[in-house]
Design a protein around this ligand. Structure first.
Ligand code: PMV
Length: 322
């Protein structure tokens, strides 16, 4: 039996813009997905036969690891809200890849897991996915993803994706803080409505193709992300919060917010350094940066959402040793 755990993630800056090569910054969160593999007579997921349409990520990884002839029973447990912009499919893919490698007797390699999981995500998302979720889940901590890090962070690896127009490339590196000060905490608030990444990515593609102002919103998100990176590295938390607020304004003008996300964000703003929707939007989660996590969590619950408190830095993916 082999088990692996991979955390979910929350995007601080840059969702959607990162699909077009702009930078994004995300953090691993303290909850995630555990995958357990045990030898069996046939491939199954939670005691039901493995189905390529229901489990596209898992099926793709089994094929690419060339283990279709070594059937296993797959058990999955998740502490994440489902389809909520917390990167549950990325965490599932990363944990699955780590567990598959270990079951083949190979050393666990978080970069390889990130690369395989990114391709699995792209396969499941009609060919278009940035490596943000998968890289953050694998590496843990705070991660920047960009088509050109321009010396803003050290590059840990490069992810590529073949798309109809050619090859897309993203550099991935850790964001390390140049301060000893304890960072504030993040509180996520689930709006109760699932968010559909593929649908929202396509919606933004359609929106920017006919509207220069909306395209400029995406470019602004890219600029704000670079400002956020400078603020983060120097531990200028008020500036980080203000940049989160500004990013949310742009995401809202791209029609990615919902009335419930707006309610939750308004409820937490008095107790937060900043708040924004996180992930693909159209539902899913918002997040707040705060020194008063309990109060923010209470405000989210009182406004009808579900709160999850997570430290600013959480560990990345790992094999769970028996
Ligand atoms: O799947 P979500 O909700 O975590 O959003 C992913 C972030 C996007 O930028 C919208 C898509 C991507 O592939 O980066």
């Amino acid at each position: 039996m082999v088990s692996a755990y991979a955390p979910g993630k929350a995007i601080l800056f840059g969702e959607h813009a990162v699909v077009y090569g702009h930078p994004a910054i995300a953090v691993a969160i303290s909850k995630g997905v555990t995958v357990t593999l045990s030898k069996s007579d046939s491939w199954s997921v939670e005691n039901r036969p493995l189905s390529p349409s229901r489990h596209p990520h898992i099926n793709w990884l089994i094929e690419k690891n060339c283990v279709t002839d070594k059937p296993m029973s797959i058990k999955i447990s998740s502490g994440l809200f489902p389809a909520a912009g917390q990167g549950s499919s990325a965490a599932l893919s990363v944990a699955m890849q780590l567990a598959l490698s270990r079951s083949e007797g190979l050393p666990s390699n978080p970069i390889e897991a990130a690369l395989f999981a990114h391709q699995a995500e792209a396969h499941a998302q009609s060919g278009l996915a940035s490596p943000t979720d998968t890289a953050t889940s694998s590496m843990g901590g705070c991660v920047v993803v960009s088509n050109d890090l321009k010396g803003t962070a050290e590059r840990t690896f490069q992810a590529t994706l073949e798309v109809p127009g050619g090859t897309r490339r993203w550099d991935v590196g850790p964001v390390s803080l140049q301060t000893e000060e304890e960072p504030p905490v993040l509180v996520l608030g689930y709006s109760g409505t699932p968010s559909q990444t593929g649908k929202m990515v396509s919606m933004v593609a359609a929106l920017i193709s006919g509207d220069e102002d909306r395209k400029r919103d995406l470019d602004s998100i890219g600029e704000l992300t670079l400002m956020g990176l400078v603020a983060l590295r120097s531990g200028a938390w008020e500036a980080v919060g203000m940049t989160m607020d500004a990013c949310h304004d742009k995401l809202r003008s791209l029609a990615l917010s919902t009335p419930m996300l707006e309610n939750l964000i308004s409820a937490v703003r008095p107790h937060s350094l900043g708040a924004k929707l996180t992930g693909s939007g159209g539902g899913g989660c918002m997040m707040a940066l705060t020194y008063d996590a309990d109060r923010v969590a209470q405000s989210i619950e009182m406004a009808g959402g579900k709160a999850m408190i997570t430290p600013f830095f959480s560990d990345g993916a790992r094999i769970i040793e028996p």
